[in-house]
Design a protein around this ligand. Sequence first.
Ligand SMILES: *[C@@H]1O[C@H](CO)[C@@H](O)[C@H](O)[C@H]1NC(C)=O
Length: 379
Amino acid sequence: MGNGQGRLGFEDFNLKPELLKGLQEAGLNSASAIQQQSLLAIFAGKSLLAKATNGSGRTEAFVIALLEKCHSTKNAIQGLVLVPTRELALQTSNVLGLLGKHMDMKYIVAKGGTSIRDDLVRLSGEVHILIATPGRLLDLAHEDACNLSRCQLIVMDEADRFFCPELLPILEDIVQFLPSQRRQFLMYSATYPSAMVHFKNCHLTDVHEVNFKEQLTLNGVSQFYICVEENRKVFCLTKALSTFQINQVIIFCNSVTRVKLLARKMTHLGYPCLFFHPGLFQSERQQVLQDAWSGACQSMVCSSHFMRGIETESVNVVINFDFPRGPQTYLHRTGRFSRLGLAISFVTQRDRIDLLRLQKAMGTKILPMPAAIDPVLYT
Ligand SMILES: *[C@@H]1O[C@H](CO)[C@@H](O)[C@H](O)[C@H]1NC(C)=O
């Protein structure tokens, strides 16, 4: 479908064999653009500042860099991942566990909201990679619980979120605990606040800057619509879920109420669905994402704005149960596949005009759903 072109395979990077094995088992063969750039940067001893949103495979990108760069034979924290939220911390540790399955890398997650005692205990053992939220990390560093003097690879995911007035001083403090020489930063950020530019100028040397912002794209997405009336949508969805070869599917509704109702209905009908919307409590969100990432449940119903920072790497099908209101929403919902994807939109009589408008605005073709879809298009 044209989006595999120009990509290097992971075997071209001369990675550690046990890392390559983990990648292959996870189905990762060709490196996405951000993965390529991240690897090239760390091999060249540079730092990376990448403007990137979701769906570009950035978690995998820095996890691969960490697993390649750190050595399980060296008893020291060599890699640090700073994350703004607990969700991202867990997501990162999941990907580390998956891709590093055949490696002996020891990593721990240290995040606020849990007992610092547990962290202290775990840090007294061997740790190679530390995933942490900034506040907790600083507490640990001040306690002399983690020696960061040999930590040469520092990842900041959703980096722009650290450059707020509350976190910036913490970040500056953390830098004092890092080695002053030969350290590399991998920073991934949706925007470049001026505080971040300042930080870069002060603390980073030899920076490679790339912009992946345009990763929100419909390239590689096969887009279809199905004409269906409101009262047949649920039936149509059950059919779709049992027909497609789904790795992970996100089903979008236009309101939180509809999200909840649909998830309940589908689960009741024997199609277990998680649901996710910004109104959930922290603990609930965590549980939902945990279940989704661990593969415990492959369907997730979401409200229109899928939250920022949520990894969608394993998603290969998106269903617009409710037709999106406007092209931007459509793009946000369906433009985040890292590889190939299938986007199906349910279109009621009322939505028809919006469907035409959307195609015109996006300069894209959304075709009527054919009798069968070749899995090659999205698996
Ligand atoms: C951290 O480790 C380095 C070498 O591994 C050592 O020289 C240094 O004294 C340690 N720092 C602390 C505070 O323990």
